[in-house]
Each structure stands twice: as structure tokens, then as C-alpha cells.
Ligand binder design. Structure first.
Ligand SMILES: [Zn+2]
Length: 341
């Protein structure tokens, strides 16, 4: 993983140094892709924007990945274009990229929800959350995704999102920079062999990240949401990995997180290509701490004197955009403290 991250600047795609990425920002990058990339129009959004699929690789293992299903979650879109540059570069990492290209047939959908991206909103132009539309399938974006699954029959799928910055990695003072999940396929939490593969791949990646982002990786809630696509793909017996990019200190535009996501992309694709993950015990997956919602603050004032109605007491005060909390915050961290230390 480290070697991919250390050499990142060689591959970083231009023009995406900010969070609010719309379709117009990725057009020049799509236009620049040439063989061995094949670009297809795979359908139209509700507002008739073309949605693109980018194919590369000639291997027997089929991989599908989509980004920005939620219009205001762009980190994986940006790192995907970095990955494209990595895949067609020519340098001392050729053995890595050729293993990926020879063993995998990959189909990437950069920005499944261009209408939402245009408005910088989660939902599509119908006001529907596509990731709650896997059963009724009334959004064209959900129709496209299900159609892709049926026609491609991928072995692996990557469901790529952003989470808000205030999740912590378990009950710690550290943010969940990435959260992973192999979603349950049904209310019985069935462990299909394909789901076990997704868990193994996550456990493998967690280990690869441990020295790079120690204590800052977590597992997304396993609650069964039958309307969501992670669950739907898993029920189709596709090994499906949810990746949620999260908050990093001093990284409002999520440029650092994009850089780490790039490394995760290569690590995971290479592990699939070489089967490196398939010795991984399932315990490695369950060792990930659970995501804690609102586990982080922008700033915490610790053990300060507070006076209300002429009565004084000592407590912590935490501040974040969605509210102020008074009380024992000794297990809660703040980005201000992380930046200082
Ligand atoms: Zn999302």
C-alpha cells in the first residue's frame, strides 16, 4: 500500500482538487481516456444526462464499481480517475498493474447520479435516494445499476460512498477515515460464500492499512436495509464491498482521503487479481471497530468550569456543526486536537 501512496503524485488526475465535483468536471478526463480504456454510454439519468461506463482489463474475474450514487459524495469519483492514470502508466510498478489488467475485467461507473452531483445533493433529480430504491427501482439510476449487474454478472462489486466527518472508529478519539461493510443479504444475515469473500477482502485491506492509518478504520453498521444496493448485490451473490470515505484532519476538500482511497483501490484490485485475500480469516473483518455516529467534534474544551443559574460545575464541552454537547467527552476526540498533536 505504502508504495502506491508514496508515488501518488505521478498518477493524480488534474482538475479534481475540490469536493463539489459535477459531471462537467469529469468530461475532460473521460475524453482523455483512450485504449485500452473503452467508454460506453450505459444509460441516461432522469434529466437525460448520459451516464458512462469505463471498461478496462481482459481477465476472467469481473469487477464492477460505481461512485457518486449519492450526488454529494465525490471522493471515490476523484480517486477513480487517479486509478485510471495508474493503470496505464509505465514504471517500476508494471508488475502490479499488469497483474490487475491480466486477471480482471473491470467496469467502472464514475458518477452514477450526475443530476444529484449538479445540485450537490444526495438524491437524484426525482428527489429519491437511489440507495433506497433497490426494490421499487423507479429511478433510472437504479435501473441502470441492476441492469449492469444482470448483464455483467460481476464476481466483485464496489459500492463507493462518503460519510460525514463526525463518525469515530469505535469508542476512540479517532475519526473513521474509512468504514467498510460486507452488507447482509437478508434479515437472517446469511453468510454466502461470496459475502465471506467480501469480508476477507475487507479484513485483508484493514491489515494493509493498519500501519498507515492506525485506529482510524471501522466497520459500517450491519443493520439490514432491504432497499439499499449493498444488500441487493449481496443477495445476488456478488461479493460486494461498501467503502465509506470519511473525515481527516485539515482536509475539508477530502484531498488526503482521496489519496488514501487511491491506495485502497489498487490494494483491493491487486488482492482480487492475485487471490491474496483468500487466506484471510473472517476474524480480521470482525476485528474492525464499529463506526460510532457523532463520535467526533470539531473542537472539545476539556474540564472547564461552567456556570448556570449561579451554580458552577466542571465538564467537557464539544462543538460541531450539528450541535454542542456538554458532559463526559473523555472517549470523544476533536479534529482540533488531532491537528495540534
Ligand atoms: Zn452515500
Amino acid at each position: 500500500m505504502k508504495i502506491f501512496l508514496d508515488n501518488y503524485n505521478r498518477y493524480k488526475a488534474p482538475g479534481l482538487d475540490f469536493k463539489k465535483v459535477k459531471q462537467s468536471h469529469i468530461f475532460p478526463l473521460l475524453e482523455n481516456l483512450s485504449l485500452p480504456f473503452v467508454i460506453d454510454k450505459i444509460g441516461k439519468s432522469f434529466e437525460n444526462r448520459d451516464i458512462y461506463g469505463v471498461r478496462i482489463g481482459k481477465g476472467a474475474t469481473r469487477v464492477l464499481a460505481w461512485t457518486q450514487m449519492h450526488g454529494d459524495e465525490s471522493t471515490a469519483t476523484r480517486s477513480l480517475f487517479d486509478l485510471f492514470r495508474f493503470l496505464t502508466a509505465d514504471d517500476e510498478l508494471n508488475a502490479i498493474r499488469s497483474a490487475i489488467m491480466e486477471n480482471l475485467s473491470m467496469l467502472f461507473v464514475p458518477m452514477l447520479n450526475p443530476d444529484g452531483a449538479e445540485r450537490w445533493q444526495r438524491e437524484n433529480a426525482q428527489g429519491i435516494d437511489t440507495n433506497r430504491d433497490a426494490r421499487q427501482v423507479v429511478t433510472p439510476e437504479a435501473q441502470i445499476l441492476q441492469q449492469l449487474c444482470r448483464s455483467l454478472q460481476p464476481h466483485f462489486a464496489f459500492n463507493l460512498h462518503d460519510q460525514n466527518s463526525y463518525y469515530s472508529a469505535g469508542n476512540t478519539r479517532y475519526p473513521a477515515i474509512f468504514s467498510f461493510l460486507a452488507a447482509p443479504p437478508d434479515s437472517e444475515d446469511t453468510l454466502y460464500p461470496t459475502r465471506l469473500q467480501a469480508m476477507q477482502l475487507i479484513g485483508y485491506t484493514y491489515k494493509a492499512l493498519q500501519n498507515i492509518l492506525p485506529r482510524q478504520i471501522s466497520r459500517w453498521s450491519n443493520d439490514y436495509e432491504p432497499r439499499a444496493f449493498g444488500e441487493w448485490f449481496q443477495s445476488q451473490k456478488v461479493a460486494t464491498i461498501l467503502v465509506e470515505s470519511g473525515g481527516y484532519p485539515n482536509d475539508e476538500e477530502r484531498c488526503q482521503v482521496r489519496h488514501f482511497h487511491f491506495g485502497i483501490f489498487i490494494e483491493m484490485l491487486y488482492a482480487i487479481a492475485t487471490h491474496a485475500y483468500n487466506e484471510e480469516p473472517i476474524e480480521a473483518y470482525y476485528a474492525l471497530p464499529l463506526n460510532r455516529e457523532n463520535g467526533m467534534f470539531d473542537c472539545v474544551v476539556r474540564q472547564t468550569t461552567i456556570t448556570i443559574n449561579d451554580k458552577s460545575f466542571t465538564s467537557d464541552i464539544g462543538y460541531r456543526e450539528n450541535g454542542t454537547v456538554v458532559g463526559d467527552l473523555s472517549d470523544y476526540g476533536s479534529f482540533e486536537e488531532l491537528i495540534k498533536n
